[in-house]
Design a binder for this molecule. Structure first.
Ligand code: SAH
Length: 355
């Protein structure tokens, strides 16, 4: 019998698996505490379980890690991690120390199928979906490496991939991350950012445990948006806004609309006024993201003055607006800059490997 990957299971699923293996269901709580709170993945070290139980667990389950292939630190304190998956593929995850909270930006897919014109991840295409264990594993591994497991942190599904295009794994990851016996991240500390897959937003609206919603809008007319975000041909702006209008919001929370600012493309005063009109009456905030340029991305970042003007028009229309500070640009960790090519080994690494 192959071992079951424990980190792929929600606690409810682990309870079922344990009971099938002849163990008490409540042991799942102990196991969750060891794995997620204390970072212990070796069953032998789970000392509040009897030797017989530890042995039984080790015979049924395994806990695989995501080895850190590379770690870069930006001059602004942001850190980017390149993690190796079981099949040898790689993903990137980012730690931002002060936004003002500590934030983990995690990936939900290897690559992405959405093809947004200004995003570097899009150039990879979709390689594959991540599993729940691989999504949660990014938080587990980074929290361990940074020694912040005890601290409060936020999680944003804003790394590589479209989370709603990998719906089931993403939501299973949310259930594992928020489990009170595990990392116990409050759902309101988790934000899911989507390109606007309307049926999935409607499905999300009925989830018992729901993260905050951010929608990547980026344009104010369907024509303009379809040129930047191809999936707009399927789900247009009106459909997205309608889905947002019926989305249930917790008290005091708002839907975030992300808007990447591209010089001369979507940054005019008319765009700002149209954007204000689109979100009117919604409990919304607009997060302006000045483009993070990358080689091969055929757009430019607007001037600071232009960005300020755009923001001011929104504010004048009573829209809550913020400008996203670009973090970790020097290590290519900023929004839209995550992409993994074949791992090229440094000369030093090749030399080290030779011994
Ligand atoms: N697929 C999801 C999650 C990605 S989140 C989504 O589209 O929302 C990353 C955010 O960064 C999205 O709003 C995305 O549109 C934005 N982004 C992508 N490329 C960018 C770039 N080059 N500069 C700035 N923001 C970018």
């Amino acid at each position: 019998m192959p071992l079951v990957e424990l980190t792929e299971l929600t606690r409810a699923e682990l309870e079922d698996a344990l009971s099938e293996a002849g163990l008490e269901r409540y042991r799942a709580r102990q196991v969750f505490q060891w794995v997620y709170r204390r970072g212990v993945t070796n069953f032998d070290l789970m000392t509040d379980l009897s030797a017989a139980h530890r042995h039984a667990l080790a015979g049924q389950f395994r806990v695989t890690s995501l080895p850190i292939a590379r770690r870069d630190e930006s001059e602004d304190g942001t850190q980017k991690f390149l993690l190796t998956l079981q099949d040898g593929r790689h993903i990137e995850s980012v730690f931002i120390p002060d936004t003002p909270n500590q934030t983990f930006c995690v990936s939900t897919q290897v690559g992405c199928a959405m093809g947004c014109a200004f995003c570097l991840t899009a150039t990879m295409g979709l390689v594959r979906n991540l599993t729940p264990g691989e999504i949660v594993g990014q938080v587990r591994v980074l929290a361990e490496a940074l020694d912040v497991r005890e601290a409060r942190f936020n999680i944003v599904f804003m790394g590589m991939g479209e989370p709603l295009h990998n719906y089931d794994s993403t939501m299973a990851a949310v259930r594992i991350l928020t489990d009170t016996h595990g990392l116990a991240v409050h759902p309101r500390r988790i934000t899911l950012s989507t390109v606007g897959l309307v049926p999935a937003i409607e499905r999300l609206a009925n989830e018992p445990v729901m993260p905050n919603l951010a929608v990547s809008l980026h344009a104010t007319t369907d024509e303009q948006r379809a040129a930047l975000v191809p999936v707009n041909k399927k789900y247009g702006i009106k459909q997205i806004i309608d889905a947002c209008r019926s989305f249930p919001l917790a008290k005091r929370s708002r839907i975030t609309f992300e808007y990447v600012l591209l010089a001369g493309v979507n940054d005019s005063p008319e765009d700002a006024r149209r954007l204000a009109g689109l979100v009117r009456g919604l409990r919304a905030k607009v997060n302006l993201i000045p483009l993070n340029p990358a080689a091969g991305i055929p757009f430019e970042r607007p001037s600071d003055g232009r960005i300020d003007d755009f923001g001011r028009i929104l504010a004048d229309h009573d829209v809550v607006v913020s400008v996203r500070k670009s973090r970790g640009r020097d290590i290519r960790a900023a929004c839209g800059q995550l992409a993994v090519e074949g791992l090229k080994k440094s000369a030093a690494q090749r030399l080290a490997d030779a011994f």
